[in-house]
Design a binder for this molecule. Structure first.
Ligand code: OAD
Length: 245
């Protein structure tokens, strides 16, 4: 850890991209997807997170999303989300911090991050399956499965397996990663593409924060084994010390 903080002091990075996955929200009590306690241990992705599953049984898919929406609503952003939001705020005109997240939980925004790309959508938004219009759906749905005013089914405005990412999101994210001084890769297994491919665009320093090794560890300049809430605050603190000096 100390040698990584020394590198940050030496390099004084000012343009930061933070790429996050489910692990950053684990300490807020939100289950990750993979691993012994992960959602994909108890549920089959193909029954719940594909367009085919929704076509087959929209009510089942919505019930699963309502359960997850309830867990997330009751959760709070943790020290890692907060430190990243503070980094963006305090860098202000001295640099910039962009968050690129695979998470649909909205916790980065709730912590205060504004410069944010949600690659996989947001679980508190719904989309009309005919008109493709989106709307906020923050509270539990009043009828199941929820419908648009036009009578068609609404679906969660998230990316399911086999679907494209929101138009332009990957391009914007990849350009930011290619131009940044420091990429932080936090709490992702690095198994889901195209998102995981972003890490290969980094040109300068990259730091992975994850209690486990991942397929991305070797491509990062440093891989710090540990939890996001322990490791991210001293990193963002050290970035700010250098950038604001
Ligand atoms: P995963 O569940 O695949 O991976 C979570 C990662 O977080 C693992 O590598 C853990 O070791 C790590 N982790 C756990 N606790 C942590 C902590 N406290 N601090 C830091 N790291 C921790 O989640 P993702 O990589 O986000 O896709 O999964 C990618 C995509 O697969 C998700 O966006 C979702 C899923 O299917 C869609 O919904 C399209």
């Amino acid at each position: 850890m100390e040698n990584v903080l020394s590198s940050i002091r030496r390099e004084r990075p000012r343009r930061i991209v933070v790429f996050t996955g489910a692990g950053i929200s684990a300490e807020s009590g939100i289950p990750t997807f993979r691993g012994s306690e992960g959602l994909w241990k108890n549920f089959r992705a193909e029954d719940l997170a594909t367009p085919e599953a929704f076509h087959r049984d929209p009510e089942l898919v919505w019930e699963w999303y309502e359960w997850r929406r309830g867990l997330i609503r009751a959760a709070q952003p943790n020290a890692a989300h907060m430190a990243i939001a503070r980094l963006e705020r305090e860098l202000a005109r001295k640099g910039d911090a962009l968050v690129v997240t695979q998470n649909v939980d909205g916790l980065h925004a709730r912590a205060g991050s504004r410069n944010l790309i949600e690659l996989h959508g947001n679980i508190f938004r719904a989309r009309c399956t005919s008109e493709q219009t989106t709307r906020e759906l923050a509270h539990p749905a009043e009828s199941m499965p929820p419908r648009c005013g036009c009578g068609s089914l609404l679906r969660p405005d998230v990316v399911w397996f086999g679907e494209m990412l929101p138009a332009g999101a990957m391009e914007r994210a990849a350009a930011a990663v290619a131009g940044c001084d420091l990429l932080l890769v936090v709490g992702t297994s690095g198994l889901v593409y195209p998102a995981a491919g972003l890490v290969s665009s980094a040109r300068r320093m990259s730091i992975e924060v994850n209690p486990q090794k991942t397929p991305l560890s070797a491509s990062c300049t440093h891989a710090l084994p540990g939890y996001a809430t322990t490791i991210i605050p001293p990193i963002t603190e050290t970035i700010l010390e250098g950038a604001l000096r």
